[in-house]
Design a protein around this ligand. Structure first.
Ligand code: FRU
Length: 559
């Protein structure tokens, strides 16, 4: 079977045959340097409170970190020259609130014609352990996979440093810093542990997560392997080793190994799992054999946790699936493919049956919370809203069901297009299992055999149920019971969905009370549009320094 990276290679070389050239910077004629790629964020399939690339194809979040000035940095796997995966760079955007993103110039370029920059992470090297930053505390080092295809397929790990807080990078001239002679060795995630750096990286097809340690980010020593645990799928990718705070108990943590698998996830295609355990700086030891699926949707993959967020664990998922990402209709319709999921705060909470698990909650939404469109409380009843005049076409719904003293009834939400008649619907059945579900099969803009229509999970609840729904044009996320379950689903209507109904009832003789609150969400892209409706991204003065093509000339990858 062809691995996905071999498919990427084939796609890539197909595109290089179409006119790519490579001088010192190895970019194509269309890949801008020093200035952000401009994009049209007005299309009706463009999420308004989520990040999506200005143009082209995006997959995994990369290099997530918070700078010393509080700015959030999101880099991402980026093909600026096509709307399918292939010519992989690191795109870049920054934010003050994790919702309003400013597009920045591309941060990392392939350094020669037969290699690409794959997934990796970034750290703030405050104490100059690397020696790259003699007079500063805000130096950033990116650690990433250099995927080479000729003369043979080889994946090694390289580093690049940034002296301007993560805007422009210089590849280290000693790259690669880790070469194990493997064609499938990728996605290094680096964290700081007490007195050394720790990298967890996947030997994808052997199902091994290897841990290495380093004092300076340049020399890495093997520490341990975490092997063939949980669900294998066909490959392990994008590991994260992270400390998760225990909800309500300041200073208490659990260690988590978070793994992405592709293909072969339980719902098909790509998906993730995690397991909780101990970590002593060298070896991860799971508490038990159990693994948990963090998202019951089909569009949450390659999650990465932010670095430099003391006391907090915050992640972003790529909101798509390798089974269909290269075929979704935003490519031909709006010249981009894929969005990131909403930033989520992860904490350990107690599930009534499972015990401690990692709960996902939306990161503080107050910066994007718009007008309250409805607020109602009832036994049996419904709320219906026409929100065609909400420019963002994005909403947040909160449902709280209390005094749930019967095993009967349901809450459903439906988003409908009055023009095409298509609808997206979901909810919960209080049937003992408490099946939570989403049905995107009545949405007509994307017919594809692997684009699963109906998704569901079940959740033990006591006498109270909570559900939060974030709806954003072509992506919907749900958070059940304070995040004990979460889901991410893309959908592609032919017309915007502009009518919402939320219905509760069927509780029989119980005293059940349902309250529903709906808020508009504010578009984060519209205020960035110029008079032609185009978002141009950071002005050159705004991104701290210009990308300089000469910076890359010393960093050629060689074996
Ligand atoms: C995960 C992944 C990574 C790889 C990257 C390439 O989606 O396959 O393993 O580094 O995408 O774009």
């Amino acid at each position: 079977m062809l691995s996905k990276s071999s498919i990427l290679a084939a796609l890539t070389f197909a595109s290089s045959a179409l006119g790519e050239f490579c001088s010192t910077t190895c970019t194509t004629a269309e890949v801008p340097t020093g200035t952000p790629v401009a994009g049209d964020y007005d299309g009706y399939l463009r999420p308004q409170v989520h990040f999506s690339p200005p143009k082209g194809f995006m997959n995994d979040p990369n290099g997530l970190h918070r700078g010393d000035d509080g700015i959030w940095h999101l880099y991402y796997q980026y093909n600026p020259t096509d709307t399918v995966a292939g010519n992989q760079h690191w795109g870049h955007a920054t934010s003050e609130d994790l919702y309003t993103w400013t597009n920045q110039p591309i941060a990392l370029y392939p350094v020669n014609a037969s290699s690409y920059i794959f997934t990796g992470s970034a750290v703030v090297d405050e104490n100059n352990t690397s020696g790259f930053f003699p007079n500063q505390t805000n130096g950033v080092v990116a650690i990433y996979t250099i995927a080479t295809y000729e003369p043979i397929q080889l994946q090694t790990q390289g580093i690049a440093y940034s002296r301007d807080g993560g805007y422009t990078f210089t590849p280290y001239d000693g790259n690669p810093v880790l070469d194990e002679g493997s064609p499938e060795f990728r996605d290094p995630k680096v964290i700081w542990y007490e007195d050394h750096w720790v990298m967890v990286v996947a030997f994808s097809q052997e199902f091994v997560m290897t841990i290495y340690t380093s004092k300076d980010l340049k020399e890495w020593t093997f520490a341990s392997n975490f092997t063939r645990h949980g669900l294998l799928g066909e490959q392990y990718e994008c590991p994260n080793l992270v400390r998760i705070p225990v909800d309500g108990e300041p200073g208490q943590y659990e260690w988590m190994m978070f793994v992405s698998i592709n293909p072969g996830a339980p719902l098909g295609g790509s998906g993730s799992w995690y397991t909780l355990g101990d970590f002593d700086g060298y070896t991860f030891t799971p508490h038990t054999a159990e693994i948990h699926i963090p998202d019951w949707g089909k569009d949450a993959y390659a999650a990465q946790f932010f670095e430099n967020t003391p006391g907090e664990a915050i992640l972003i998922n790529w909101a798509s699936n390798w089974q269909y990402t290269n075929a979704v209709p935003t490519g031909p319709k709006e010249e981009f493919r894929s969005a990131m999921g909403q930033a989520r705060r992860i904490s350990i909470k107690e599930d009534p049956r499972l015990g401690p698990i990692a709960a996902s909650e939306p990161y503080d939404m107050s910066p994007i919370l718009g007008e309250e469109l409805a607020s109602d409380t009832f036994g049996n009843g419904s709320v219906v809203i026409d929100f065609a005049d909400v420019y963002s076409n994005a909403l947040m719904i909160e449902v709280n069901v209390t005094d749930l003293d019967v095993v009967a009834g349901s809450v459903n939400f439906t988003f409908l297009s009055p023009i095409s008649g298509e609808y997206l619907t979901g909810g919960v059945l209080f049937n003992g299992n408490n099946d939570v579900w989403l049905d995107r099969s009545h949405i007509k803009g994307f017919e594809y055999p692997l684009f699963t229509g109906k998704l569901s999970t079940a959740q033990i609840i006591e006498d109270r149920f909570t559900m939060q729904v974030v709806f954003d044009r072509a992506i919907i996320e749900t958070y059940i019971q304070g995040g004990l379950q979460a889901s991410t689903s893309s959908f592609f209507p032919e017309e915007p969905l502009t009518i919402l109904s939320v219905k509760a009832g069927g509780y029989g003789s119980g005293n059940v009370t349902t309250s529903v609150r709906v808020h508009a969400l504010e578009s984060t892209w519209r205020p960035q549009e110029n008079s032609n409706g185009i978002v141009r991204g950071a002005s050159v003065g705004n991104s701290t320094s210009r990308y300089d093509a000469r910076q890359l000339s010393g960093g050629r990858f060689s074996r």
